[in-house]
Structure formats: C-alpha cells, structure tokens
Design a protein. Sequence first.
Length: 224
Amino acid sequence: MNKNRMYIGLALLALMVLGVIQGCAQTEELRIANRRQAITIRDQMDEMEKLRLELEAANNQSDAYMERAQAGEEEKRRLRDDLEKLAASIGSGATVRDTVEGPVIQLPEKVLFDSGMAVLKKEGKSALGKIAEHLREKPASSVRIDGHTDADPILKSKYLWDSNHHLSAGRALSVFHYLVKKAKIAEKSIHIAGFGPNRPIDSNKTKTGKRQNRRVEFLILLPQ
C-alpha cells in the first residue's frame, strides 16, 4: 500500500515536472515569436519611413520642376513681349511666331533679299541693325538664324544655288556676316541653319503661302 502511494506520488511529481518543462518551452516559444514579431514590426516601420522619405523627396522634386516650368513660361512671355516690340519697330511685315523652342521673330524675304538672291537689301540691313541693338541689350544671350524657302525649284538663280537648301543657308550666312562684321555682334553668340522648304508655316500650293514660307527667323537663346 505504501509502495502504491509512493508510485502515485512519483507519477504526480513527474507530471508536475513535465508540465513545468512544457510551460517553459511554450514560454520560450512565445518569447521567440514575440521577438520575431517585434523585428517584423520594426522592419515594416523602417520601410514605411523609407517610403515616406522617398515620397517627400519626389514631392519636393515635383514642386521644384513646377517652379522651373513656371519661371520658364514667364521668361518666354517676357521674351515674346520684347520681340513684339522689336517687330513693331522694324515694321515691313516683321512678325513674332511661337515655336516649340520658343518665340521667334521672322522677317519676310522681301525685306532682306531679292527673289533667288542672298545679297542683303538696304531695307534688310536697317532691319538687322535693330535686331543687333536688341542683341546688344542682352549680351549673355545668343541667336540662331534660320533660313527658309518655299518648295518651288530655283530657276532665276540656279547658276548660284544647287537647291533651296543652299539658298536658305546662303541667306542665313549673309545675315551672319552682317551681324558680325557690320553690327559687331560676337561671332560665338550666333548660330545659323538652312532648312530650305522643310519647315513651311503655310501651304506651298498658294502664292500667299509660298510668300509666308520664304523667310528668315531669329531664335533668341537665353542663358540657362
């Protein structure tokens, strides 16, 4: 009888020890799970902070871009106003036109040259003198001179030009030489291009359209 009680006591003691061991194991598992959860939460918070900073930086860049864009548009408006005044002072059909590169002042062929020729007329020299004054007021700027023609083949002066491209480039070069040699504009601030009939602003199927396409344009490039 005493032995049975002893066995029962030992069994109960073993069960108690086993329970304690299991409890400790479960507690350790809970501790490990809690640590893992804490690490996960910390990593998520770090990732959220990283995303917040990236979003803030993106917003700042967007605001800066908008400010630059607004400043650029304002600068274009001021430049266009200046060119409008310049065109009005030149007269003789000088106009201002908006392009993807910015506003340009354009002079019709009849102001600068005789048909098919690249020798500046007296009226053309007077117009270029006013453009030179405008450029001298903005010494940090530069100008691109673009020659344009209609699409008709050259007949009257074909002994001088192989194509309308050559004619448009020759006219741009004549304007360049006048601004540099006569008006004393710095050579490094002037660029030229001859587009021939490739950039029409009107139809080449009508006399009026062809007249509009025969022109020289001046794109004022402001310092960046």
